[in-house]
Design a protein around this ligand. Structure first.
Ligand code: ATP
Ligand code: MG
Length: 233
């Protein structure tokens, strides 16, 4: 579904991504792991058109989208949930979701209903201001907002950051269910490698902007040397 080949990107004199090649298949969660500064966020931002690629290509369903702008991505079927769980706090939960639908042109009731059924805590708080949500609920809201554009590829940047382990498990299980039922391709960026590998099908490990491993999640989780060197568990 998503194929990244030989991608390089950077900031002025800094090269944050060196010749990165990886893929994300439909019906699968691909975890992108690595320490602080490994280039995970830069990878997602470059894939989704928020940051320019220096070299390499990004293909979505075979189509070269490397030079497409971020605004064009929802219509192409890509949704990016950035780091930080940004929502518009003055708006209600439902209004925030509707903004996600607008990215695709118009809001469909069926899409809203799908989010309500996927995330019951949001359903219960439809008319609450987003400012009143807990961290876990906010994470559900930003994922739900991304789903409103009916993506075929979902990019998630550190959804677990700052959440209690129980809530992280809950969010990951929801993503797992979504992938199973709807065949989405998910690229899941995480520093929390242990949790990410427990939910992912595949894993790609970045170190200083380079891919140092790309394998089945179970193989990576069972590789003691790799875990100690790059994954911190
Ligand atoms: N706006 C920027 N200007 C200059 N350098 C940047 C900028 N954003 C990131 N970098 C640098 O690019 C490299 C990769 O950063 P990036 O944010 O992609 O890493 P990351 O893997 O997402 O890290 P973290 O786990 O801390 O979120 C780092 O060396 C970082 O300092
Ligand atoms: Mg990051």
């Amino acid at each position: 579904m998503l194929q990244v080949e030989g991608l390089s990107a950077g900031y002025g004199p800094i090269t944050a991504l060196h010749d990165v090649t990886l893929g994300a298949d439909e019906g699968r969660i691909t975890a992108v792991l690595g320490a602080n500064g490994a280039g995970k966020t830069t990878l997602l931002r470059t894939v989704s058109g928020l940051h320019p690629a220096r070299t390499g290509t990004v293909r979505l369903g075979g189509q070269d989208i490397t030079r497409h702008s971020a605004e064009a991505m929802p219509a192409l079927g890509m949704a990016h949930v950035p780091e930080g769980r940004g929502v518009i706090t003055e708006l209600t939960v439902e209004e925030n979701l509707r903004l996600g639908g607008l990215a695709r042109g118009r809001v469909k009731t069926a899409d809203l209903d799908r989010v309500w059924s996927l995330f019951p805590p949001l359903d219960e708080r439809r008319r609450a201001a987003a400012s009143t949500l807990s961290g876990g609920e906010r994470q559900m809201l930003v994922v739900g907002r991304a789903l409103m554009s009916r993506p075929s590829v979902l990019l998630l940047d550190e959804p677990s950051l700052g959440l209690a382990p129980r809530i992280v498990t809950q969010i990951f299980e929801l993503v797992r269910g979504l992938v199973r039922e709807e065949g989405l391709a998910v690229l899941l960026v995480e520093q929390n490698a242990r949790s990410a590998l427990s939910v992912a099908d595949r894993g790609v490990v970045l170190n200083l902007g380079r891919v140092v491993a790309d394998d089945d999640a179970a193989v990576l989780a069972g590789d003691d040397q790799l875990r100690h060197a790059y994954l911190g568990f």
